[in-house]
Design a protein around this ligand. Structure first.
Ligand SMILES: Nc1ncnc2c1ncn2[C@@H]1O[C@H](COP(=O)(O)OP(=O)(O)OP(=O)(O)O)[C@@H](O)[C@H]1O
Ligand SMILES: [Mg+2]
Length: 459
């Protein structure tokens, strides 16, 4: 009955509830002292029938029970505990010569067993592991409940940074102002652009994304502005562009940083005057389009190095939304991981998984240069490769923790070569892999950048 009213009760308490069942008073005393020494406050029961009543009436997290008892034996107590709470961890105490029963108990779902006589520390070790397990189950359940309340397209995250981001988007979305979204690759720029559209009065109209970096200048222009008949070879009739197609809606100009100076001038005109010319056309066309642009580099920096027009930046950044990289809101990693686990579990028809403590530690220890998209890919892969109910470290690809390149916040000395490699990798990421700009930003020649990329295996 996990999740039922009694299940919830056990979940709310900080300490897991422990029930000790043994008909031997001396054993109960020994267990009581051992557990009390570690701060646990178990319930005790000398009669197995009374234990069965307790188990039927309240959700118990951990049961420590003797195997041989009058009335109900340990295996029967195990059955009753599991029936009342499938997540209950049952630890059996077995006497000499009852190992076979203990093995049977494990097969029936007991968590572990310990053989008499035992060292208190040996028992405490098992109990500590069970407590950890209970804590993890609760955490998983809590996160899964949170995820279950999420709709499809949503910004997941409860960190201060994410809450502030959501508030900010909700505040600016209803106004028709042009928005510039900045953030590293994979931080959710397109997702944010869609939310801005969905939360605006244009939501009934189209949202059209176009990747400005993927098209050469002339093609981008005719895509956006359309062309008139005879504008160029092959232009056999007038063709409307995306600006017209999206009239009254939102146009998302992705990778605006990668556009050419010529295109930037034309875009500036649309933003300033609300009009544009089709390629080869003489009549200005008027449209009502909200522009949301995104850049994975800082446009202010691009302006400084002469790659972006200052006046266009001023037109675009009426409102700027900066999305933080995932490493700056690491506390969202568990929730995001569960969200993607549920999403891909449903997509691939696999049972919802829990995430082991070790796996979570690994996910938290990674620096996520590819941000949320990288995390999403890692979890999609994990769902595909594993059929186990628990996500284990072996289902994850090698992460920073394995390479030891992420300091995890601890002071660590780097060699000059290591730092150079890091710096080049980071600059390449920030320029979206643009080697010319990377060389320029680092103040080295393109040839020497090329050599270093080879040397460090970054290409
Ligand atoms: N906070 C978040 N919650 C849920 N999903 C997210 C979040 N951030 C990003 N994603 C998901 O991660 C993926 C990458 O996001 P998106 O495409 O919006 O990134 P981007 O910033 O546009 O990246 P790029 O610069 O590489 O184009 C998408 O599938 C998106 O839905
Ligand atoms: Mg994008």
């Amino acid at each position: 009955m996990s999740g039922g009213p009694s299940g919830k009760k056990a979940e709310q308490g900080q300490q897991p509830s422990i029930l000790v069942v043994d008909d031997d008073l001396r054993m109960r005393q020994l267990l009581g002292e051992t557990l009390a020494g570690e701060g646990f406050a178990p319930q005790f029961c000398g009669d197995s029938r009374e234990a069965a009543n307790i188990l039927a009436g309240q959700a118990v997290d951990i049961v420590i029970t003797d195997l041989m008892m009058p009335h109900f034996d340990g295996i029967e107590i195990l059955g009753k505990a599991k029936a009342a709470n499938p997540d209950c961890m049952v630890i059996l105490i077995t006497g000499y010569g009852t190992i076979e029963s203990a093995v049977e108990a494990i097969r029936k779902g007991a968590y572990d067993y310990i053989q008499k006589p035992f060292e208190p520390d040996a028992l405490l070790l098992i109990v500590a592991r069970a407590v950890e397990h209970v804590r993890l189950l609760r955490e998983n359940r809590r996160l899964r409940r949170q995820v279950a309340g999420c709709r499809g397209e949503e910004l997941i995250g409860t960190s201060r940074q994410m809450e502030e981001l959501k508030d900010f988007i909700a505040r600016i979305a209803p106004f028709d102002a042009t928005v510039l979204i900045q953030g590293e690759t994979g931080t959710g720029k397109e997702l944010v652009a869609r939310l801005i559209h969905d939360w605006s009065s244009r939501r009934q109209r189209n949202f059209l994304p176009i990747n400005c970096g993927a098209l050469p200048e002339t093609l981008l222009e005719s895509e956006l502005f359309g062309h008139v008949q005879g504008a160029f070879t092959g232009a056999e009739q007038d063709r409307p562009g995306l600006f017209e197609a999206v009239d009254k809606g939102t146009l998302f100009l992705d990778e605006i940083n990668a556009t050419s100076p010529g295109f930037q001038v034309k875009l500036l005109r649309v933003l300033q005057e609300g009009t544009f010319f089709k390629v080869g056309g003489r009549e200005p066309c008027r449209v009502d389009v909200r522009v949301v642009a995104a850049s994975n580099t800082s446009l202010a920096e691009e302006v400084k190095v002469g790659h972006f027009r200052r006046d266009l930046l001023y037109r675009l950044n009426v409102v700027t939304v900066d999305i933080p990289p995932l490493r700056q809101h690491q506390e969202d990693i568990p929730l995001l991981a569960h969200y993607f686990l549920a999403r891909y579990g449903a997509k691939y028809g696999k049972e919802a998984k829990t995430i082991s403590k070790e796996s979570l530690a690994r996910l938290r220890g990674h620096s996520w240069p590819g941000n949320v998209r990288e995390l999403q890919n890692v979890l999609e892969r994990a769902v595909i490769v594993s059929d186990a109910p628990e996500l284990l470290p072996e289902h994850l690809p090698p992460l920073d923790v394995d390479r030891g390149s992420y300091d995890g916040g601890e002071a660590r000395l780097f060699s000059v070569a290591e730092m150079e490699k890091e710096l080049i990798a980071k600059t390449l990421r920030n320029t979206g892999g643009h080697r010319g700009r990377t060389a320029e930003m680092l103040g080295i020649s393109p040839a020497s950048l090329w050599r270093k990329i080879k040397k460090y295996g970054l290409g």
